[in-house]
Design a protein around this ligand. Structure first.
Ligand code: PAF
Length: 279
């Protein structure tokens, strides 16, 4: 596995691979890798000869009061995991070479980004779109694998790729869960032991919603109320519980088309998100 920190060098390597006829699969990450990331790498391998993983804690997607400084980092462990997963290139740039001092160009998606996490994390998706556009220009992949856990991010980036004609196919990878159902996330590390136990409420509330839906319930308010009841039995504070059209991300009252049930819950140390599509 080759570790590259210079964007120019990574882009040069990508050009060489493309010229020699190799396909590239790309997994963008912010590091502190876990089994969920490894599953993305395995999926990436199914699509292409060369797998590139990036690790970059992107400052521009964190708000001023968010956890940028405290975001967990462990490059040695990440490097080992990537090697074991058979990654070919690990792109590990730093803020200075990704954002020059006079960086002044930003990308904003203006519809899907305004709701859910976009409503409570202002500027988050502007940061995500900008960095992913840069990474795509540097790595030039044929495929980019993204987790379904970040449902809104997946939809925003699909829109960016469509609207700006990026030459990449986005592959959505299923959420990987711990044995009790908690979605794997680097931020789970921030939970106290008691909160970690309670964090299963997100999964349980989604299961409850799925059961209601399977039983014929189509009223969004009723399903959201059931989800809220499960969360309220814990110390978690609801940031949002929304049922939105799976394509437009606009709220729905009656579930007639596939709908995304998405929730964000704040614990003392971490804000967790999870989702399911009710179809
Ligand atoms: O999902 C993430 O880890 C990040 O938002 C991403 C896509 C790597 C961009 O920084």
């Amino acid at each position: 596995m080759k570790i590259i920190s210079s964007p120019e060098e990574m882009q040069k390597q990508a050009r060489l691979l493309i010229q020699s006829g190799e396909d590239i699969s790309f997994v963008p990450t912010m590091g502190y890798l876990h089994a969920g990331h490894v599953s993305l790498m395995k999926i990436a391998r199914e699509y292409a000869d060369t797998v590139v993983v990036s690790i970059f804690v992107n400052p521009s997607q964190f708000g001023p009061n968010e956890d940028l400084a405290a975001y967990p980092r462990d490059f040695e462990r990440d490097e080992k995991l990537c090697r074991e997963a058979g990654v070919d290139f690990l792109f590990y740039p730093n803020s200075e070479n990704m954002y020059l001092d006079d960086h002044s160009l930003w990308l904003s998606e203006e519809a899907l980004s305004t709701v859910l996490c976009g409503a409570s994390r202002h500027g988050h998706f502007r940061g995500v779109c900008t960095i992913v556009a840069k990474l795509l220009n540097i790595v030039q992949p044929d495929f980019m694998v993204l987790g379904e856990k970040d449902a809104q991010q997946l939809r925003v980036l699909r829109r960016m790729v469509r609207d700006l004609n990026f030459h990449v196919e986005i592959i959505a990878a299923p959420t990987v869960r711990e044995a009790d159902g908690v979605a794997m996330s680097s931020r789970n590390k921030y939970l106290t032991p008691a909160e970690r136990k309670e964090a299963v409420c997100l999964f349980q509330s989604l299961e409850k919603a799925k059961a209601l839906f399977a039983g014929g319930e189509r009223g969004a308010e009723k399903i959201k109320a059931a989800v809220r009841t499960v969360i309220k039995a814990t110390s978690g504070k609801v940031d949002y519980i929304e049922i939105v059209d799976d394509e437009t991300l606009q709220p729905v009252q009656t579930l007639e088309k596939p709908a995304l049930l998405a929730l964000a819950v704040k614990f003392s140390g971490a804000r967790l998100i999870d989702n399911t599509v009710l179809r």
